[in-house]
Design a protein around this ligand. Sequence first.
Ligand SMILES: [Zn+2]
Length: 306
Amino acid sequence: MTIGIISRQECRLHEMGAYHPEQPARLDAINDRLIAGGLDMVLRHFEAPKVSREQLLVVHDRIYVDQVFDVAPEEGMVWLDGDTSMNPHSLEAALYAAGAGVYAVDLVMQQEVRQAFCLVRPPGHHAERGRAMGFCIFSNVAIAAYHAINHWDLERVAIVDFDVHHGNGTEDIVSGDQRILFCSSFQHPFYPGTGSDTAAANVVNMPLPALTDGAAFREAMLQHCIPRIEAFAPQLILISAGFDGHRADDMAQFNLLEFDYAWVTRQLAQLASISAEGRIVSCLEGGYNLHALARSVEAHLRAFLD
Ligand SMILES: [Zn+2]
């Protein structure tokens, strides 16, 4: 079976200003790389549908969802937080980005594809139950996790977040829910400043210092994350795939390389093959150096084929 890529042209139209790092060119760079590297030939492309209001309300407060719909501008730009704005296309893009994760879960559960990668924006892992934050509007990964639980009756879903920033939004939503195991590795101290306090039993936070390299990252994963997932025996693994911990990405100060993203992907694919029939849904989060981002996504997807 091949890898599914779930995307939507509308995700390109969401723009937060000419100099904003979370820009449409990120998707273009990844697409170009997949085509130039020949990987595109073995991928299956799918169009993301919009997430439904009911699916949003499983993880987000009604008042927040209403607010996002109400403030979505017909022209100009509206800021949801200091880093996150909406243009006239942002609401649609956010609905497709969240819908991609839901659809990806359906595709792997129906065995249409073994793994699926949601090549969408805006990202989602900073969006909390009741607020947008850090370039994120809706919690794409948490919505996908609850779709797997509610629609497909899964009892155990693991979410692994290797973005360089803590997945505060995902933790906010899934904390205390024993059906979900959430593991997040991140630079600390750093934005958003969360993740170093005591977490709920279903949350594994791995704060790592600036300049963390591949060896230290792998050590943390092997010590704190991999054994917990193995013991949890998830029926599906979701990945918050952020590549802003790459050495060339100046958003943060990790020194990871394509090789490290391939390594962690292989680890997760192996775990998925034990308890989840290989099912993995990966959702794009951060990654702002366009070249490093594109190469890292390619390495991430190639690792699924190993
Ligand atoms: Zn990030």
